[in-house]
Design a protein around this ligand. Structure first.
Ligand SMILES: Nc1nc2c(c(=O)[nH]1)N[C@H]1C(S)=C(S)[C@@H](COP(=O)(O)OP(=O)(O)OC[C@H]3O[C@@H](n4cnc5c(=O)[nH]c(N)nc54)[C@H](O)[C@@H]3O)O[C@H]1N2
Ligand SMILES: Nc1nc2c(c(=O)[nH]1)N[C@H]1C(S)=C(S)[C@@H](COP(=O)(O)OP(=O)(O)OC[C@H]3O[C@@H](n4cnc5c(=O)[nH]c(N)nc54)[C@H](O)[C@@H]3O)O[C@H]1N2
Ligand code: SF4
Ligand SMILES: [Mo]
Length: 865
């Protein structure tokens, strides 16, 4: 029987509401975990819309690869034994080396209840501040900027401001890919009221393509640009003198330090200033191009300074809007997931500590802040931290300088990892792995970018021995002797305790206040509808500083990062259809079509100088390490700058893990790493052979120059390249083998059929020639339809139309289909949708369609001239 359940998306901080129809029918190989996903029309974050990742969530809820039982080393254990071991080691460590020898590294992908429990255990009971979160890599600079300017970590605007604004400035945000539903909302506003969109990003992203103005700023040029912009607005008389007088204090000498070179051409700067001067209803949405910088906090404050000084804040359609990355990045900030906050937006002053100690009845409240993520891993490396518990994050992939991080993990006497997936790069270092509930099993709350709290609800019964993260934490706490303080029996109890605790923030005049929710009973919690703490514009009556005023903070642009040895600037970014370390989106055949391999994007002129060719391989080298990518020439890159994706792991690729590259350099205020502006060089690789393999299950090839795998419908597609000889047969399973080889051309092809005649694997190798198209071969996996000749040719005897790379993953529409539609007269994205269906489902590909259309129309025009 179908059940309809309202929940919230697993992925980004937009926090879209979902209506899940749980069918229990095997729709995509998920056993009884079939589910149809649709946008929740009543959720304020998305009003029914979903992007590609949300739309295809159903493909990632199967049990493939799940961690279903506690593991001690490679041995399955029961909960009792695993928990005893974890609690025992933690107790020993505290007794012998003190509380600061213990650390938790947690995540914005935990629910608020989980996060609250972890923070309470570490800061209140273990007695150390050593709990930090992957939000350190994500939101820490924005948090620090908010604290400096407003006196509290509060986002002063709401999505509704995006509906009512005349100008959206996107700073370091590829919104169309990373916050697609917010992007669609901005586009709607543009249709309705002619809102202007300006994108400030060194790369010409799909977001930038769609903007009214793209400013291809030099990496880390934002602070200088915003200073110069504010100085120019002052010259033009655009400051809000009344607002400044009544609501804003300034650092000493603030106004004298503004004038500087904007870092862009005079013409472009004038254009920017004109648009900004004419549109006081302006929202600046900023993301990782701002935060992930060694000057990230200053960038945040440069943006906020601008809004404060021009009075573009606390008004409808105006404000500096830091958009969150993970589904619960905001919730973590509320409950004290960051090492430098206590809980409920409180710091470590005597009276704040006293209040928290009393509220928790905490025996060992920590004396002060703990170590921030990068420093925490240094302390592990140095042997000062001897017990580490990682929850819902994959630091062996996502922290900078991962060679060092891995060394630290391998030295640490006890590493505990709570995850949902059995084989993650970090899990490979764990002594104990604890199986957690995943999306669709978890039950609790998340807070999105606009401070809207909504429920994630369980859709399926929890598989195997998996437990809720908060419950695992409480179970360990109980074994440490603190059962009374962690005696919750359900998520609602944890939530009520947290909501009650926000009284401590409220009493100090802070905006964080969930006391109205503190008395929800279980049924009310179960039925909770989304609510926003602080309201639409929470800082309107006063700023939560001692003076009640906000602050203009003097900021300085950081120094450039390249050197003679490493002359290129290295940027790292995200792909539209992959989520972080790919443990979930990497399982979706639909999502894997968009970018099946990690690309090194480089300007064509730089590529010529570096001897890199389109589709070839390039190795990026930095002072920290090296990684290998497929080369893609891109006019959207600035000269002297390259960009690689953050997503690939050792589980998904041989050499494509990007965080071998960044250094440990962090922002001095926030501790956030500068992932977006490293110093690098590139070496072209010339493999002697290239190959691809399809097979049903996952393998880890060894000794190659390059390999990656991506999900296809019935298995995995491997791209391989190497030197010398390769034993293709060793990469293939047993079965009936069909084979051809041409020694002179260095060509070899093998297909393997199972007992029932269905294709179970195939491999195609060449030393100098072309390889067959991947799609048709991959589609044959598990089928017995193709003849031996067809399999060895790698294509059907009656050729299929070439659709080109897939653009619309929902409807499987390729570049060629779109070009054909344009040829037949389709001139708008909607018209292309009308004849091909492309872009008519989730809409995530609409910017890509627009770009293709523009290219087709330009070609037509040139042909006509
Ligand atoms: N598809 C997808 N969506 C996601 C995620 C995902 O993994 N995949 N992750 C989620 C998370 S946790 C996060 S934090 C967000 C991140 O969302 P975004 O911040 O939008 O994503 P990024 O691609 O990391 O970086 C954004 C842009 O910053 C630009 N940039 C680099 N250096 C500079 C600079 O100095 N100045 C300026 N102005 N721009 C610069 C880059 O070129 C890049 O285009 O996405 C969330 N949404
Ligand atoms: N070079 C570079 N590096 C970056 C970035 C960048 O832009 N460039 N961005 C940084 C940013 S902004 C972020 S947010 C991080 C993200 O980096 P990570 O947090 O390391 O990435 P994820 O893949 O999301 O890791 C989540 C892990 O938790 C597991 N998991 C999922 N759900 C649950 C659950 O409910 N419970 C438990 N216990 N486990 C669960 C997943 O299987 C996965 O192993 O990467 C950072 N690293
Ligand atoms: S924009 Fe996409 S990934 Fe983000 S919450 Fe909405 S559906 Fe999920
Ligand atoms: Mo993030």
């Amino acid at each position: 029987m179908n059940k309809s359940i309202r929940t919230t998306c697993a992925y980004c901080g937009v926090g879209c509401g979902i209506t899940a129809e749980v069918s229990g029918v095997n729709a995509s190989g998920n056993g009884d975990r079939g589910v149809a996903i649709a946008g929740d029309r009543e959720h304020p974050a998305n009003k029914g819309r979903l992007c590609s990742k949300g739309t295809h969530l159903g493909e990632t809820v199967g049990l493939e690869g799940r961690l279903l039982a506690p593991m001690i080393g490679e041995r399955e254990a029961d909960w009792g034994e695993a928990l005893d071991l974890v609690a025992g080691r933690m107790r020993e460590c505290i007794a012998e080396h003190g509380p600061d020898s213990v650390a938790f590294y947690v995540s914005g992908q935990l629910l608020t209840e989980d996060y609250y429990a972890a923070n309470k255990l570490m800061k209140g009971f273990v007695g150390s501040g050593n709990i930090d979160t992957n939000s350190r890599l994500c939101m820490a600079s924005a948090v620090a900027a908010h604290n400096r300017a407003f006196g509290e970590d509060v986002v002063p605007c709401s999505y509704e401001d995006l509906d009512a604004t005349d100008l959206v400035l996107l700073v370091g945000s590829n919104t169309a890919w990373c916050h697609p539903v917010v992007w669609q909302r901005i586009e709607k506003t543009r249709e309705r009221r002619g809102t202007k969109i300006i994108v400030i990003d060194p790369r010409r992203t799909e977001t930038a393509e769609q903007a009214d103005l793209h400013i291809p700023i030099a990496p880390d040029g934002d602070t200088a640009l915003f200073n110069a912009l504010l100085a120019e607005m002052k010259r033009r008389g655009k400051l809000d003198r009344d607002f400044l007088r009544d609501h804003v204090d300034a650092d000493e000498g603030f106004w004298d330090k503004l004038d500087c070179d904007p870092g862009i051409t005079a013409g472009l700067f004038a254009k920017l200033c004109n648009i900004v001067a004419e549109h006081p209803r302006m929202v600046t949405l900023f993301s990782q191009g701002a935060n992930q910088s060694v000057g990230g906090t200053d960038k945040g404050n440069a943006i906020i300074n601008f809004h404060l000084a021009t009075g573009r804040i606390n008004r409808i359609g105006a404000g500096p809007f830091s958009i969150t990355g993970q589904p619960n990045a905001m919730g973590g900030r509320e409950v004290g997931g960051l090492a430098n906050m206590l809980a409920c937006h409180l710091g470590f002053s005597e009276d704040e500590r006293a209040d928290v100690a009393a509220f928790w009845d905490a025996p060992n409240l920590c004396a002060g802040p703990g170590l921030k993520a990068v420093d925490m891993f240094r302390a592990i490396h140095e042997g000062k931290i001897k017990f580490l518990w990682v929850m819902a994050t994959n630091p062996a992939v996502s922290l900078p300088d991962s060679r060092f991080v891995r060394e630290a993990l391998s030295r640490c006497p006890t590493v505990v990892v709570s995850d949902i997936i059995a084989d993650t790069d970090t899990g490979r270092f764990a002594h104990v792995r604890l199986p957690a509930h995943g999306w669709g099993e978890k039950d609790g709350t998340v807070t999105n970018s606009e401070r809207c709290v909504s429920r994630q609800r369980a859709l399926f019964p929890a598989p195997g021995q998996t437990r809720a993260d908060w419950k695992i934490i409480a179970d360990v706490a109980a074994r440490m002797g603190w059962e009374d303080s962690f005696a919750w029996t359900n998520a609602a109890e944890v939530f009520r305790e947290y909501a009650r605790m926000t009284q401590l923030a409220k009493a100090r005049g802070k905006a964080l206040d969930l006391t109205a929710q503190a008395d929800l009973d279980d049924a009310e919690y179960e039925a909770m509808t989304p609510f926003q703490w602080g309201g639409e514009r929470p800082l309107t009556s006063r700023f939560p500083t001692p003076s009640g005023k906000a602050r203009l903070v003097s900021v300085t642009p950081p120094a450039p990062a390249t050197s003679a040895e490493f002359p290129l600037r290295l940027n790292t970014a995200r792909y539209r259809d992959q989520w972080h370390t790919m443990t979930r989106t990497g399982l979706s055949p639909t999502l894997s079509q968009h970018r099946p391999e990690p690309l090194l994007e480089v300007h064509p002129a730089d590529a010529r100088e570096l001897a890199l060719v389109e589709g070839g391989l390039g190795r990026v080298e930095t002072a920290s390490g090296a990684a290998v990518y497929r080369v893609q020439l891109s006019e959207g890159q600035r000269r002297g700058e390259i960009c690689v994706p953050m997503h690939w792991t050792d589980a998904m690729a041989g050499e494509g893990r990007s965080n071998r590259l960044p250094s440990q350099a962090v922002d001095p205020v926030s501790g956030q790493p500068g992932f977006k502006n490293g110093a690098a060089r590139v070496v072209p690789l010339s493999p002697e052979w290239r190959a691809f393999v399809v097979r049903r299950d996952a393998i880890t090839p060894e000794g190659l120059l390059y390999w990656t795998r991506s999900r296809v419908k019935a298995g995995w597609l491997y791209e391989l390249a190497g030197e010398g000889t390769i034993d293709l047969g060793a990469l293939l399973p047993e079965g009936e083998r069909l084979e051809v080889a041409d020694v002179t051309r260095g060509m070899r092809r093998v297909a393997v059929r199972g007992e029932d005649g269905a294709l179970i694997a195939a491999a195609y190798l060449t030393r100098s020639g072309e390889l067959p198209a991947r799609n048709w071969v991959a589609d044959q996996l598990g089928l017995d339809e193709a003849s031996a000749a067809e399999l060895l040719a790698g294509r059907p005897s009656v050729p299929l139309p070439d659709r080109g790379p897939i653009v619309c993953v929902c409807h499987g529409v390729g570049e060629m289909d779109i070009a054909a539609a344009a040829n037949d007269g389709a001139a708008t994205v909607a018209e292309v949708g009308g004849c091909t269906r492309a872009g008519t489902n989730c809409g995530s590909c609409r910017p890509a369609i627009a770009k293709l259309l523009e290219a087709c129309l330009t070609l037509d025009k040139e042909a006509a001239e």
